[in-house]
Design a protein around this ligand. Structure first.
Ligand code: UDX
Length: 450
């Protein structure tokens, strides 16, 4: 009863305030119609409605701009490769000022900082294109031994791109999430003249990049080669095949160098979770066990013969040689009897495979190549068909230890990475030919850029 009286008193006072002529609030608060329910009346009183509107406005402004802000400063909150598994997330293929969707933060993908060693080279520069286009930050390390600035000229000046002249045989410290390690001359032409350099690059360069990955907690991808199978006795080659390599031959700097690089990579991988015991100098006995808890996430791709735009015109590899020769109206040089086989993969297929591997949880090694197999005589016929039906061929002695056949078994990559090449030789060659024609026409190609 007493309560009822009090509440009716309050109610009465309320009515007095809202309806009293002398109240200081009266002139500012719009008078709600008497017929509205009490809760609506309450909303209109004392500018409550205005405050609610302002609150909604501030809240929605935050959600509109938050994805943009998180894209502009990703590394303050960087967790090493925590977001690298992103095949099902949305990418933002834009630089500053370009379209950035109004997407809730959880759906957006954090921008990664990625280093590509050998990024000014043929394969490296195509990989850089892919990473920049999907919205990541890319640092290229290249000593320009075989790489060319011209391959990256379209990225120079972009805020998400950096180019460092550096030889990977020297250590370097960079805060990155992923490392694609491609740096190494890869043409048999270079194997004989750069043998020590190639071996050193494969061993020291890989060690340095693995050390960097370990130190900053980055994921590491090694680009190895089909050359680890040597002159294979198994055909096609599966990843389980150990190879048939001459350890002291003219190609061994590359073959054995890459085999060592694979070994080092797996050593680092196996180092994760291993208990490390040091000898106690005082007692000479094993000291306290210390669990090596670092997570060395590595993966290995074994790359088969690859071709495409930006290959060096005269690097000595068979596809670039035949294409240049046919365009220049010179005879195509076939080494040996031309019956040796290779499988040729278009560069964009390889780039897709490398990215799929990096984004996966698999270590590999994975063969990456196009299983279509051609003799060199057949390849010459395809080049004739596409460039010049009147092109001629010329036989030359073959080089030592040349593998007699090679064709990848890619069932492992198909199954685990859901990857397989899409572009056939007849589809890919014309794309390379137009790039070669332009560069051959331009006599100063590359010279002014170095
Ligand atoms: O003008 C030429 C050049 C090469 N060839 C032959 O064509 C075949 C392929 O030779 P390439 O030099 O293109 O490539 P290779 O298969 O020998 O080595 C390549 O293997 C895989 C990659 O990792 C490396 O880029 C590279 O070492 C060889 O049998 C070679 O003797 C020619 O018949 N004529």
């Amino acid at each position: 009863m007493k309560l009822y009286k009090q509440s009716s008193l309050i109610h009465k006072r309320d009515n007095e305030i809202t309806s009293g002529q002398n109240s200081p609030y009266i002139s500012r608060t719009p008078k709600p119609p008497k017929t509205l329910p009490r809760s609506i009346n309450y909303l209109f009183k004392e500018q409550r409605f205005l405050f609610i509107l302002v609150g909604i406005l501030i809240g929605s402004t935050f959600f509109i701009f938050q994805p943009t802000l998180s894209r502009l400063s990703p590394h303050e909150t960087a967790q090493p490769f925590s977001n690298s598994i992103s095949r099902h997330t949305q990418h933002f293929p834009s630089t500053f000022g370009a379209k950035i969707g109004r997407v809730p933060v959880e759906i957006g993908r954090r921008r990664l900082r990625i280093v590509v060693t050998g990024g000014a080279g043929f394969v490296g520069s195509h990989l850089v294109d892919k990473l920049i286009n999907r919205g990541d930050e890319v640092i290229v390390i290249d000593n320009f031994f075989t790489g060319r600035k011209e391959n990256l000229v379209h990225h120079l000046g972009k805020p998400r791109f950096e180019l460092i002249r550096h030889d990977v045989v020297e250590p370097i410290l960079l805060e990155v999430d992923q490392i694609y390690h491609l740096a190494c001359p890869a043409s048999p032409n270079e194997f004989e003249i750069l043998d020590c350099v190639i071996h050193k690059t494969n061993v020291m360069g890989t060690l340095n990049m693995l050390g960097l990955a370990k130190r900053v907690g980055a994921k590491f991808l090694l680009t190895s080669t089909s050359e680890v199978y040597g002159d294979p006795l198994e055909h096609p080659q599966k990843e389980t095949y150990w190879g048939n390599v001459n350890p002291i031959g003219v190609r061994s700097c590359y073959d054995e160098g890459k085999r060592t690089a694979e070994t080092l990579t797996m050593d680092y991988h196996r180092g994760a979770g291993v208990e490390v015991r040091a000898l106690d100098p005082a007692t000479g006995k094993a000291g306290l066990g210390q669990l090596n808890s670092d997570f060395y996430h590595v993966c290995i791709a074994r790359i088969f013969n690859t071709y495409g735009p930006r290959m060096c015109l005269d690097d000595g590899r068979v596809v670039s040689n035949f294409v240049s020769q046919a365009i220049r109206k010179q005879p195509m040089t076939i080494y040996g009897d031309g019956k040796q086989t290779r499988s040729f993969q278009y560069v964009s297929d390889l780039v897709e495979g490398l990215v799929a591997l990096m984004e996966s949880e698999h270590v590999g090694p994975f063969n990456m190549g196009n299983p279509g197999e051609f003799t060199m005589l057949e390849l010459a016929e395809v080049v004739k068909e596409i460039i010049d039906p009147s092109a001629t061929i010329e036989f030359k002695p073959n080089t030592a230890d040349d593998p007699s056949k090679r064709k990848p078994d890619i069932s492992k990559a198909k199954e685990l990475l859901n990857w397989e090449p899409k572009i056939s030789l007849r589809q890919g060659l014309p794309r390379m030919v137009s790039d070669f024609r332009n560069r051959i026409l331009n006599e100063d190609e590359g010279k002014g850029m170095k």
